[in-house]
Ligand binder design. Structure first.
Ligand code: IDP
Ligand code: MG
Length: 155
């Protein structure tokens, strides 16, 4: 089992709707370790870097307008298979199609304003974490409760 790091963003809609505490709490309760955390505003340049795969798509101008429209919270989360665990907690892109119990299913009805970003592969997470965090901004530590989160052969 691989311990992975993944990039999570609470998008401007999550911050403006005052859902940051709620969303942070979900990842905390899941047992994922927060190793990086910051509040920032995404610039158009940063948006193009992050969403490089989408820049040429018809929806990109609206996506850039949205993601740069207010502060976001960026997190680097760590845990066993963290990339797919987080994607599962988020639900599919469109909040209208996302199942109850997922973040997008519980809090949203939009395809664009879907509250969270999560890396979709370990290649993507490595690239995206480096966009949002300097190496020294990521904190290594052993949480006191880690022995109660999963067995030693799952770490
Ligand atoms: P994901 O966030 O579930 O990985 P992607 O397809 O990578 O979804 O799209 C990135 C983001 O772009 C989505 O989270 C959403 O905010 C926005 N987006 C995706 N598809 C559309 C669309 O068809 N119209 C408007 N916005 C979209
Ligand atoms: Mg994506």
């Amino acid at each position: 089992m691989a311990t992975e790091r993944t990039l999570v963003l609470f998008k401007p809609d999550a911050v403006q709707r005052r859902l940051v505490g709620e969303l942070y709490s979900r990842f905390e309760r899941k047992g994922l370790k927060v190793v990086g955390l910051k509040l920032l505003k995404v610039t158009p340049e940063l948006s193009k870097q992050h969403y490089a795969e989408h820049v040429s798509k018809p929806f990109y101008p609206m996506l850039e307008e949205f993601i740069t429209s207010g502060p976001i919270v960026a997190l680097c989360l760590e845990g066993p298979e963290a990339v797919s665990v987080v994607r599962g907690m988020m639900g599919p892109t469109n909040g209208r199609a996302a199942a109850p119990g997922t973040i997008r299913g519980d809090f949203g009805v939009s395809r664009q304003m879907n509250l969270v970003h999560g890396s979709d592969s370990t290649d993507a997470s490595a690239r995206e974490i480096a966009i949002y965090f300097k190496p020294e901004e990521l904190v290594s530590y052993e949480p006191t409760l880690s022995g109660w989160v999963c067995a030693s052969d799952e770490k």
